[in-house]
Design a protein. Structure first.
Length: 546
């Protein structure tokens, strides 16, 4: 380290070579009878050899649709075994899997289908209140017509096949099992060896416009999986519970692929997050590792039946997506036995992690920082001119390394704006210390400027969480005629406390310009399906007086 905010990760483990398909073949040969995947509600419990055989059957079925390497295959479904099969089968064939958020509605789904030029869409029939078939029919009327596939509709000219999970041949759709059966006599081509070939498009959240498709390669994803597994000290003796969604890198890479590269067992407790189902799966399967965003861990810790579950088998995992306050981290370690839990940070565009704490890190590191650079990654914090700032000074965090995406699909201008000289610009404000530990203090666009003073929401949130009666806090700026912006906080509390009491407690403990001018007590925050707080929804509610 120097006096500047720059750090480089270790050179071990090595950057992985080869492809995901080759990794699956190796697992099937070397750990053939070892447990690979458990999906209790689908009655799935397969070894690595069984998983590989079923992946090959799905790959053969996809071949019957005339797909060629580089063609895009979309999937829109909650967590299920078919998701994993399609993920690995498309990688085996050199197809590009397009991960679609199952919370999308027709406008967002249409954007994803058109932007990525999806040729085959694998979809659930419905989930909870969402009818995916009806939504597709709205976008593509030909899908419900009498014509046999392949489809053609000018509204979505690239989309030719709709494969329905759990469905049968109906109208112009093909049932997933029927597609697999149709490929029984197909012959798989030799494995493609290009580790830098694109195999996945992950849509960003679209905070600055319509969602963009981050395009990722075998090398991008495998590097992240190998590095994250090393950070958790995961081995073939471990069993990882994966309640996070598969459409996101957290589930797909840090879940499925982390298990693939270590031969650990992947356990899916349910189609969507339910704290009781997760706790029950950990107990029943004796899971040693558990992933989640902090709100998921809080949901488990605060579940009324938490104490009756035996979680003694747990050891490690990843918490990511938001800061993990010290009281929660202590409960995770003491009450859930997650003594080696790690904190990860990154973005879809970096596959996703670029930093991670080590399993042996102290509480300060795991609660106040997001760790240090992943192997073979470099990180720096820069000012508005692009110069690296001194240690401890706030600036934009940028990263460079083998996890940085190939680019945004069909959006060269957006790619050029995000990646400059190989450096991925995060849009996050951060500081770096002398040990190379990174602290995220907020988003550039979320920074509050009150009367000329910069206020970083993450700093105020962490301070509020030191109050014994505050369970969670979200801080953001709202317009103010006098100061330009004022600090606003939504908080979740326990016990009998109101906003004025919280403000009184803040005064004298933090600078006056950081004390929230408005505080709203709420039971829950508006969240994305990946557990990220939607501050724009809160801001709009405060401005409109709702």
């Amino acid at each position: 380290m120097t006096g500047l905010s720059f750090a480089a990760g270790p050179l071990s483990p090595a950057i992985p070579e080869g492809t995901i398909g080759a990794r699956l073949d190796a697992a099937a040969e070397q750990a053939s009878d070892g447990p690979a995947i458990v999906v209790p509600w689908q009655e799935v419990r397969w070894s690595w050899r069984e998983l590989r055989d079923r992946v090959e059957a799905v790959a053969k079925g996809l071949l019957t649709l005339g797909l060629r390497p580089g063609d895009r295959v979309g999937i829109c479904a909650p967590n299920c075994v078919e998701w994993v099969l399609v993920q690995l089968a498309t990688a085996r064939l050199g197809l590009v899997l397009v991960s679609i958020n199952p919370a999308y509605r027709s406008h967002e789904l249409g954007h994803a289908l058109r932007l990525s030029g999806i040729r085959v869409l694998v979809t659930a029939s419905r989930f909870k209140t969402t009818d995916y078939i009806a939504m597709l029919a709205e976008l593509m009327p030909a899908m419900t017509g009498p014509s046999l596939p392949p489809l053609f509709d000018m509204a979505l000219p690239d989309l030719r096949y709709v494969i329905e999970i759990g469905g049968t041949v109906a109208d112009a759709r093909i049932g997933f099992d029927a597609m697999v059966a149709a490929g029984a006599n197909a012959v798989l081509p030799p494995q493609r060896c290009d580790a830098d070939a694109p195999i996945n498009i992950q849509f960003t959240s679209g905070t600055t416009g319509a969602p963009k498709g981050a395009t990722l390669s075998h090398r991008n994803l495998l590097h992240n999986a190998v590095s994250a597994a090393a950070g958790m000290m995961l081995t073939e003796r471990d069993s990882l519970c994966i309640p996070v969604p598969l459409y996101h890198c957290f589930g797909m890479v840090l879940g499925v692929l982390v298990c693939l590269v270590t031969r650990a067992t992947m356990v899916f407790p349910g189609a969507a997050f339910d704290p009781a189902m997760v706790l029950a799966a950990v107990e029943r399967e004796r899971c040693t590792a558990l992933h989640g965003v902090p709100t998921m861990f809080l949901g488990m810790l605060d579940h009324p039946d938490f104490a009756r579950f035996d979680l003694i088998s747990l050891r490690t995992g990843i918490a990511a997506g938001a800061p993990c306050p010290p009281p929660m981290m202590r409960r995770m370690i003491d009450d859930m036995h997650l003594r080696d839990i790690t904190i990860g940070y990154g973005m879809t565009e970096t596959s996703p992690l670029s930093t991670q704490t080590q399993a042996t890190a102290d509480i300060e590191t795991r609660t106040e920082t997001v760790g240090q650079m992943l192997p073979h990654f470099e990180g720096r914090v820069i000012d508005d001119s692009g110069d690296i700032v001194p240690l401890g000074q706030v600036g934009e965090y940028c990263s460079r390394g083998p996890g940085v995406m190939l680019g945004y699909w069909n959006q060269p201008e957006a790619t050029a704006a995000a990646i400059r000289d190989g450096w991925m610009h995060s849009g996050d404000l951060a500081t770096m210390d002398g040990d190379g530990r990174l602290r995220i203090v907020g988003r550039i666009k979320d920074m509050i400027i009150r009367g000329g003073e910069n206020v970083y929401p993450a700093e105020v949130e962490l301070f509020l969480l030191t109050h014994p009666d505050i369970v969670d806090a979200a801080v953001f700026g709202i317009p103010d005629a006098r100061f330009g912006e004022q600090v606003c906080a939504w908080i979740r509390v326990r016990g009998d406390i109101d906003g004025e009491a919280v403000r009184d407690w803040c005064r004298g403990r933090i600078a006056h310009h950081k004390v929230p001018a408005q505080i709203r007590l709420v039971d829950a925050f508006p969240m994305t399906v990946t557990g990220k707080v939607q501050k724009f929804v809160m801001r709009d509610a405060m401005v409109s007086g709702c």
